[in-house]
Design a binder for this molecule. Structure first.
Ligand code: ADP
Ligand code: MG
Length: 678
């Protein structure tokens, strides 16, 4: 190899890597985004404006003109007529291809231009007279700078001769699922025959697409099941349910657990009594009572003389959990420690001592828990609240506190995860669902109000508070500027303080010192403050049952999950609650769509489904950072049946055809394995 050849080769490799192509198998799985029909020629005379066609002709004349700007204008003629090809920029090779007398095929959309019928920047091929037309539709691949479609097509053809085309799905399974053959499907998608239905190819409903999507989902299921099984090979402390702490706790709890809570508690109790680490997601809509479920699990760890830690994403939330746990447990003589980044040195030292001495087995905190100075070698159970707010690293860091074994992990999420998403991306987790709210809650009434009626909203707040209730007033999210957001909150606070002079109005925002924040929240909890003006810092977890009115300004700027979370701050007590979404016109289509969804339903799972529809899975679960490969072809909404089938097939493959299962993983992830680990 000469130096020059080597350089070109490595440049090509680099470009292919950019597309996620590391080997021939990847190349074959690099499937077209769309197709062009170059199997037919159209007479120039019959070409319809606005339609993409392919014409073939001889260049009669080519010139570079300078008015109105520099451009290459070419007159192409066939037996039926003439057409102008126009280029605003071009490579010398194009100019050469279009010298007078040369024959070319041009593919593009015809339109009426200054010089008559014309094609701007058509795709060109030089041909000789009578040259045969392609026998397949022409694929268009996802490409990158410096890598032309023609090069990709050649590389795909080469990959067909080098990569394994074996059907890895056992014949019996393939037949019972009525799926097309693997090689046939691949060839069909890379080179569809001239009579292929373009519609079914492009919306990916064609049987060939279904086969690819099935295998993709199957590979995902197999890899997640593998992770699940591998986890069981690790050791964990067996936390046996003793009841010595949980029984007295349940006895003083002022309410009975819901059926769903009892089920979740049992599932967790059973899991953490095993000698391998639990990895469980506790899903429950806002207000479904996840904290108690976690508290009971933590007590089970303490009953076995081991530590349990609960990590929450914000100071407010961590502190609230701490107060709740301490309030419940300290009267029973169970000590709870609390850690946060902004804690006073003295308090922190005292807490660290409490933890180190073993006086407190239960610890609550923000990510301050992860810091090296915090000794959690006896951690038996880690609870991560609002788990989607943490990165993988932070979750892993908690695990690494312990040497020689893994702690059990309980992840909690108040943003319900749509079933399809949980089934695919989270198949390595066990899931408990709290599908029942504690009794006595009255449904929240949601109202949409245009911001021109702000006065009426203020009157509603006054009425509610004079009846002894409390209200939240959430200020608009201003993504571009935190300062502006803060300013708006301060302004709103001043306006409401003036208008609601008979009430006490409080203000909480992200720039307050934690002690100040805690003081305001405290005053609100004790009803010394009736109206709490807040930025989105109150979004997650905050629990003040007497608050029954939620006002959200510029609701159209918030995401669906966020609106659902905010609304979930009310409806926690017995009083009828409402949520007033104040919006500004004009609404964007997505803004309208979101408000409609939140207005129409309070069911977190339904909202999550619509959110997934609006945002797509990548953003939804932050999959990029979770290390789970994103699905490239299968669609969580359209391909539900395939997900279910793949889930079952994965079990059968691993049990009865382990080699094929491995080969499938290699085919889909082999080239990227290193990438995913990074
Ligand atoms: P979330 O699931 O949103 O984290 P919380 O754990 O904060 O919900 O619980 C919401 C509220 O419901 C709290 O005030 C909690 O004390 C109360 N609660 C929890 N379980 C029950 C129950 N079984 N009966 C009555 N109230 C409950
Ligand atoms: Mg919570």
């Amino acid at each position: 190899m000469t130096e020059a050849v080597r350089k070109t080769a490595s440049a090509l490799t680099g470009r292919l890597h950019k597309l996620g192509i590391f080997n021939d198998a990847d190349m074959l799985l690099h499937l077209p985004m769309r197709y062009e029909d170059e199997t037919r020629l159209t007479d120039i005379r019959t070409a319809q404006p606005g339609v993409s066609v392919q014409v073939e002709g001889v260049v009669e004349h080519a010139e570079i003109t300078f008015r109105p700007r520099r451009q290459l204008v070419v007159k192409l003629v066939d037996d039926s007529g003439a057409l102008i090809l126009r280029f605003l920029n071009w490579y010398p090779s194009i100019q050469k291809m279009l010298e007078a007398g040369k024959r070319v095929r041009a593919f593009g959309e015809v339109r009426s231009g200054f010089w008559g019928e014309e094609m701007i920047h058509p795709r060109l091929v030089s041909v000789s007279e009578g040259q045969a037309l392609p026998q397949a539709l022409t694929p268009t691949y996802p490409a990158t700078a410096g890598l032309a479609q023609s090069a990709l097509r050649k590389l795909v053809l080469r990959a067909f001769t080098r990569a394994s085309l074996a059907d890895l799905l056992p014949e019996s399974l393939r037949r019972s699922l009525k799926l097309a053959g693997w090689e046939r499907s691949l060839r069909y998608l890379h080179q569809p025959p001239t009579d292929a239905k373009l519609g079914a190819l492009e919306d990916r409903s064609h049987p060939a697409w279904r086969r690819i999507k099935f295998d993709e989902l199957l590979a995902q299921q197999i890899s997640l099941r593998k992770a699940y099984i591998e986890r069981r090979a690790h050791a964990a402390a067996q936390l046996l349910p003793q009841g010595s702490l949980s029984a007295p706790f349940l006895a003083v709890l002022p309410f009975a657990l819901t059926g769903a809570q009892r089920r979740a508690v049992d599932e967790i109790a059973r899991d953490i009594a095993q000698p391998w680490p639990m990895q469980r997601l506790l899903q429950g809509d806002v207000g479904s009572g996840k904290t108690i479920v976690a508290a009971l699990a933590m007590l089970q760890a303490a009953e076995n003389g081991l530590q349990a830690a609960m990590m929450a994403p914000t100071e407010i939330l961590a502190e609230q959990h701490y107060r709740k746990l301490a309030g419940w447990l300290e009267p029973l003589g169970i000590s709870v420690a609390w850690l946060s980044g902004s804690q006073k040195k003295k308090e922190r030292a005292a807490m660290l001592e409490k933890i180190a001495s073993g006086e407190a087995l239960l610890v609550v905190g923000t990510h301050a828990l992860i810091e090296d100075t915090v000794a959690l070698e006896k951690l038996g159970l880690a609870v991560v609240d609002e788990q989607h707010r943490f990165g993988v690293r932070q979750r892993l860091a908690l695990r690494e506190k312990v040497v020689g074994r893994l702690p059990h992990m309980l992840m909690m999420s108040a943003t319900p995860i749509p079933r399809t998403l949980a089934m695919s991306y989270m198949a390595d987790l066990d899931v408990s669902v709290l599908d029942e709210l504690p009794p006595g809650r009255t449904p929240i009434v949601t109202k949409l109000v245009a911001d021109s009626h702000r006065e009426k909203v203020i009157a509603r707040v006054r009425d509610a508070c004079l009846e002894g209730r409390q209200a939240y007033w959430v200020c608009p999210l201003i993504e571009e500027s935190e300062t502006l957001q803060l300013q708006t909150a301060v302004d709103t606070y001043e306006v409401l303080s003036a208008e609601l002079a008979e009430l006490k109005v409080g203000l909480v925002h992200g720039r307050l010192k934690p002690v100040e924040k805690a003081a305001v929240m405290d005053a609100f909890l004790r009803n010394e403050v009736q109206v709490l003006v807040a930025t989105t810092v109150i979004e997650v977890g905050v629990d003040v049952p007497n608050a029954s009115l939620m006002v959200i300004e510029h609701a159209e700027r918030f995401g669906l999950a966020q609106l659902h979370q905010l609304r979930g701050r009310v409806g926690r007590g017995a009083a009828a609650s409402s949520c007033i979404l104040v919006y500004a016109q004009p609404l964007s289509p997505t803004g309208r769509e979101r408000l409609k969804a939140i207005y129409e339903t309070t069911d977190g799972f339904e909202i999550a489904r619509r959110d997934l529809h609006l945002r797509g899975p990548g953003e939804f679960i932050g999959a990029r950072q979770s290390g789970v490969p994103l699905l490239r072809y299968a669609d969580l909404e359209l391909d539900v049946d395939l997900i279910e089938a793949a889930k079952q097939a994965a079990e059968e493959m691993q049990a009865r055809h382990p080699d094929a299962a491995e080969a499938l993983l290699t085919r889909w992830y082999g080239g990227r394995a290193e990438l995913l680990k990074a």
